[in-house]
Design a protein around this ligand. Sequence first.
Ligand code: XMP
Ligand code: MG
Length: 183
Amino acid sequence: MDAGDMGRDLEKVLIPEEELQTKIKELAQRIDDDYAGRELLLVGVLRGAVMVMADLARALHTPLEMDWMAVSSYGSGTKSSGVVRVLKDLDTDITGRHVLVVEDIIDSGLTLSWLLQNLESRGPASVEVCALLRKPEAIRTPVDVKYVGFDIPNEFVIGYGLDYAEKYRNLPFIGTLAPHVYS
Ligand code: XMP
Ligand code: MG
């Protein structure tokens, strides 16, 4: 690791770059098989999903379009409340489309469950979810996530789109934050 902030703030590498890339190719293969003969609309959830969206989209062979939503969930500190505000809506009419929501991480699942209800109400042909990471808490929430990259421990993770105070999104791997940074 480089000197400076990174060396101090990163606790450990949880998922190295090669493992991320291998997993994304596996997910893309499954998605290609499942959507054979159809067209996809990938909906990336800003900002964390930017990296997984970029790599997944390039690994897919299914004809696709990409659109983005930005949502913020009200809540205290790091816990989401499930009360969600749309900061940027889709530019695309999803009526009759096969929508695949691309997420970086599912923690409580509250944000996603709100988002799925919102999307379903617009009359798409189908809605599924691809999330790179899932934390154990998410298992208690009734959201059906068809494509999951990795189940990870309940630790705060950074990198590959995920931030701490807007930093570290550009790391090519997933790491955990040293406790001194946030405690
Ligand atoms: P819920 O709890 O509604 O929220 O599933 C999911 C959103 O919470 C953020 N989140 C994280 N962001 N490292 C991050 O950088 C993490 O470990 C983490 N856990 C949750 C993230 O924005 C996600 O979309
Ligand atoms: Mg997110």
